[in-house]
Design a protein around this ligand. Structure first.
Ligand code: ADP
Ligand code: MG
Ligand code: ZN
Length: 479
């Protein structure tokens, strides 16, 4: 019988923290910008410059550590990790090795067989490197230090995951926690959340760990899933052929659906770590921890329960809305403005979800403002626009954050409340459709629908359906 294999996966996740300035200097952390414009002597590694720790970095790291059930290292310090690479101007990275800020935590994920704890080995703070841009055409490499010194936390899990699905569930859980804390926007595409996947296989039923490889450069859930499936197959093939898996770092190329060896795996001693001499140890008092705990915003589970109780939103809808902090924020703000939470939830659940699918976008990237959604709901409610027009207008809100009042005004979409004009149209429809009129008067209630449709079409959707209905009935009775 063929051997059964189990996949064993541990993740190292880097998250860029949402501070306005870098970890050891006052430069902006904003994404993009002309190359080397968010830089200074500190983050470009000029001799004689000295780092000053950004307090907010510690606050965010503490908040994440606490929310992931970690023990906080109350006296922690930075260590110097030495390596040469052009994106790293100091030739060392300030990181934490011996006393990381948080240890021994866990997050819980949902799996088909119930809840599962994924243990967190440790989390540490460090600085990001710059970015190399390789121009193959010119055969040159350029370096941009805008990202150099952007604060990161690295969260290292225990090898507790067994499938791509569990990995995605873990990453989604981490992302949700961190986004709700406001500690990062966690965008895989922009690199503010990055995952390195460590993977080994072993014969099912055995306990010892197999030799692992580490895959870098995974910037979407799709790439992560492909990489895991590809690497699992590659390792099993080696073992089946009686060969060994080599411990190394591999790069996954999602276009070629193939991974290749990048370098052999380095050990901590290769980096000649030593305590960072330019920074004093950080002392985290009980009071500081208590303050961060007290400031912790409402996390997903509490929010979900509150939506159900306070707004009478069904479980399923509340789950969808709170799945992304962005959507939950839009929901709450719009509901607070128009005071119609059920309607807001409806627009999110139906039209927003439909357009997200149509335009292939995610909830995190929703860009319309709650004010404009609230305005749209009010326009429908006070009878200014019809339901079908509202859907069209909402598409403009969804795509361009259009102001619904202005849009309706500019495109003449307001419902005609001029009853005289409407009556004229209704009379014309009646005289143009003698058959339907006869049918209706003969007792066929259905014929009214056809007449309604004709009238709405003649009014280009700008009539209030309730008014049209009333007027049709009146005129059909009187003549
Ligand atoms: P290093 O410091 O060399 O990167 P670590 O021991 O810190 O190695 O582990 C890095 C990551 O690899 C962790 O997430 C850990 O869970 C995972 N890992 C370690 N051994 C294995 C293994 N045999 N199979 C899968 N994952 C592993
Ligand atoms: Mg590591
Ligand atoms: Zn700087």
């Amino acid at each position: 019988m063929a051997k059964q294999y189990e996949t064993v996966i541990g993740l190292e996740v880097h998250i860029e923290l949402a501070t306005k300035t870098k970890i050891f200097c006052g430069c902006s952390t904003e994404f993009g910008g002309a190359p080397n414009t968010h830089t200074c002597p500190v983050c470009t590694g000029m001799p004689g410059s000295l780092p000053v720790l950004n307090r907010q970095v510690v606050e965010y790291a503490l908040a994440i550590g606490l929310a992931t059930n970690c023990k906080i290292t109350q006296v922690c310090k930075f260590d110097r990790k030495n390596y040469f690479y052009p994106d790293n101007p100091q030739n060392y990275q300030i990181s934490q090795l011996y006393l990381p800020i948080a240890r021994d935590g866990f997050v819980e994920i949902d799996t088909p067989s119930g809840k599962k704890k994924i243990r967190i080995h440790e989390m540490h703070m460090e600085e990001d490197a710059g970015k190399l841009v390789h121009d193959e055409w010119d055969d040159t490499s350029l370096v941009d230090y805008n990202r150099s010194g952007v604060p990161l936390v690295e969260i290292v899990s225990e090898p507790d995951m067994r499938s791509a699905d569990e990995v995605i569930a873990y990453l989604e859980k981490l992302r949700m926690i961190v986004q709700y804390l406001g500690a990062s926007d966690c965008k895989l595409q922009e690199g503010s959340m990055r995952a390195d996947v460590n993977l080994s296989v072993r014969e099912a039923g055995t306990d010892s760990l197999g030799t692992r490889t580490e895959m870098k450069n995974l910037n979407s859930f799709k790439a992560i899933t492909h990489a895991i499936e590809g690497e699992r197959a590659r390792q099993i093939e080696l073992l089946e052929a009686g060969k060994d898996v080599v411990q190394e770092t591999r790069r996954w190329d999602d276009n070629k659906e193939h991974s290749y060896a990048m370098r052999s795996k380095e050990d901590a001693q290769d980096y000649r770590y030593f305590p960072e001499p330019d920074l004093v140890p950080i002392v985290i008092s009980d009071e500081w921890i208590a303050q961060v705990k007290a400031r912790q915003p409402e996390l997903r589970t509490e929010k979900l329960e509150r939506y159900k109780k306070e707004f009478d939103i069904p479980q399923y809808d509340a789950e969808i809305i709170t799945e992304s902090k962005r959507m939950a924020d839009i929901f709450e703000a719009a509901a607070a403005i128009c005071k119609k939470p059920k309607k807001v939830s409806n627009w999110l659940m139906v039209e927003t979800m439909r357009l997200m699918k149509e335009y292939g976008t995610e909830a995190d990237r929703l860009s319309f403002s709650p004010e404009n959604l609230a305005k749209l709901i009010d326009l429908v409610d006070d009878g200014s626009i019809s339901g079908s027009v509202a859907k069209k207008v909402f598409e403009q809100v969804f795509l361009h954050d259009a102001d619904p009042e202005k849009y309706v005004e500019e495109h003449g979409l307001k419902v005609e409340n001029d009853e005289a004009a409407l009556e004229e149209t209704v009379r014309k429809v009646l005289s143009d459709n003698p058959k339907a009129v006869e049918d209706y008067r003969g007792g066929k209630e259905k014929a009214l629908g056809a007449l309604m449709g004709q009238t709405m079409r003649a009014m280009k959707g700008k009539a209030n359906p309730a008014t049209v209905n009333r007027m049709l009935r009146e005129l059909l009775k009187s003549e």
